[in-house]
Design a protein around this ligand. Sequence first.
Ligand code: GH3
Ligand code: MG
Ligand code: MG
Ligand code: MG
Ligand code: MG
Length: 315
Amino acid sequence: DYITKENKQAYQYLEKQLARLPRNEQILVLVVDDSAATRHHICNLLTRHKYQTLEAVDGIDALKVLAENPSIAVIITDNEMPNMNGDELCVEIRRLYSNDEKAVIGISAYDTLHLSTRFLKSGADDYLRKPFNNEEFYCRLSQNVDMLENIKTIRLQANTDYLTKLPNRRYFFGEANSHLKAAKLANTSVSLAMIDIDHFKSINDNYGHDAGDEVLKGLSQCMAKYFEENLVGRFGGEEFAVYFADQDTNESLQRLEKFRLFVEKHSPEFSKDRIKFTLSIGFHNGPVYSLDELIKQADLKLYQAKESGRNKLVN
Ligand code: GH3
Ligand code: MG
Ligand code: MG
Ligand code: MG
Ligand code: MG
């Protein structure tokens, strides 16, 4: 009996490490194989480590199951199947879903025709040859899941303003620009508001930079709720933008005015120093401009709001 007590403990530890229970329960894996026995074998391995599983009997079936279950993160596919081979399925999956969203692992017993290369060239992220070692299976799967999660995290961080957790300027521009393109084609008009805190510098000067940060965070939370149906972004220090897609102009203006009045009244609730502040807002609606032009126009109105006494909405 070569399994000593220490070995056994180490092995159990490894098993636990690999299982990563709380995470795996949230990972949905699609197993594609024309052999029911193989499907069941792989699904058993997956459920042993708490992964969620779905099955498909061939490529056509796999594409249908994928369309019905957008949360599938990993696809494990056989190669030799009726209708569509595994590498053909990979090509089709990559036409529909990027490597950032879904990982594909090819599995096959026959590797005479450089199948691993074909799989990888067709868009698979990894390849396993049958019969495979279970630990290698878990490791490769886990690495692919890690990769998907890292990409998700990096993308979220790249799009989010660290202080306020609002979408940042980069994300705002990307989203607004793609909507603007569509609006241009549809010949619809779009609106944008620039929102700027009045005399924010004096908040920093009087209460300190941390208090200023608290105000920015509080206001941002409120803004995210108030404009949850629109695109909100932090543009710069104490300057925010709201892009109104497909919303009636009067409705947008009413919402902004309501928000301005809410902040005027409730701003002390945003910080423990109960700092009172107000907002100036510039709004522009027009037939489709470029985003830069739209921002320029809204900025001009914001400037007018500042010049004419602040704490107001100019459109
Ligand atoms: P106005 O009414 O004309 O907008 O005046 P203002 O004081 O609000 O505008 P100004 O542009 O003069 O000052 C903005 C200040 O915002 C200056 C800068 O130090 C501060 N600021 C920028 N980013 C941050 C931040 O992340 N945290 C804090 N606490 N302050 C910031
Ligand atoms: Mg097969
Ligand atoms: Mg300001
Ligand atoms: Mg200023
Ligand atoms: Mg400013």
